[in-house]
Design a protein around this ligand. Sequence first.
Ligand code: 2P0
Length: 312
Amino acid sequence: MTTAVAHPNIALVKYWGKQTKPGNLPATPNLSITLDTLLTETTVTAAERDEFLLNGRAVQDAKVARFLGALRNRYPLPAYRIQSENNFPTGAGLASSASGFAALMCAINADAGLNMNAEIMSEWARLGSASAARSCFDGFVALVPPLWRAQRLAPAAHWPLSVVVAVTSNEAKSVSSTQGMERSRETSAFYNAWVRASGDDFACASDAINQQDFEQLSEVAELSCLKMHSIMLTSKPTLMYWNAATLACMEEIRRLRSDGTPVFFTIDAGPQVKAVCLPDAVDSVTQALGGIPGVKQTIVCNLGGGARVISP
Ligand code: 2P0
C-alpha cells in the first residue's frame, strides 16, 4: 500500500487542443504554476481486481482504466484498489484530473518499484491527462515538444506568487475538457490561429518568469486565457464555461490592476476565477473577490510542491 499526493496546477499559457497522433499530445506548448493548499491524496493497494474510489464513492472511469491499461502494456502491475480524495471541488475547473493522475502515477511508481524519475512519471501521467504531466513538478513548469515531458522552468522559490481562487460554482462541468477541446479543434474557425500564436505566447511568458516581470506575465497570461475562451466560445455548439460571477471577478481584477494592484486573472474549463498576484496583494484581492455576489468561497494558494509519496 502506498500513498502519494499532488497539487493542481494552473496554466498561464494554456493547453486547449490535441495533436491527432496518439500519445495524448497537446497541440500547443503550455506553461503552468503548481499550487499548494489544493490537494489530491491517492492510495493504491494491490487487490484482486481494479477498483477506483473517488472521494469515497466507487466510480467507473474510462480514463483511469485506459491509463492502467497503457501502464500494464509496459510494466507487470497487480490489480489495484485506488482511493483518491480531493480537498476541493472535483471536475469543476480546478484541475482535479491534473493532481489526480500525477498522484496516481507517483503512488504506482513507488508501490510497484518502477524507478521512474519525475520526467518519466510526467510522460506517463500525460497519457492520463495532459495537464497532469505538469503537476509532477513544483514551481513553474513547461510542457513542450519534442518529448512532451514536463520540465521545471524554475523552482517555486524563484518567484513567490500567490493565487486567490474565487469559487463561483461547486458543480461539475457539463462538457469535459477532453470533449471540449476536441470540439474546438473540429469546429472553431479560429483554432489554427490559436495554435500558430501559442509559441510566441510561451516564449513571452517564459521570459517574463525569468525576469520576474509581473506586468509582462499579466498581459500574456490574460491574453492566452482569453484566446482559449474565444476558441471555446466559437466552437459549435458553443462552450461557455463562465457565469455572471466569473465576469464580475474578471472586471474587478482588471479594475484592481488599473489602480496599481499587481494581479491578473486566469480561468480554465469552468467558472472559477484564479487571481494570480504578488503575495503582498493577497489580502486586498481576497477581500475584493470575496465581496462579489455569486462568489461562494475564496481559497488562497501559494506555489506548491510536485507529486510525492507520503506513506510509507
Ligand atoms: C490547461 N486545461 O492548460 C487547460 C486550460 C483546461 C483549460 O489542461 O484531455 O484535463 O485529459 O489531456 O489535461 C484540462 O485538460 O485534458 C486542461 P486531457 P486535461 O490547464
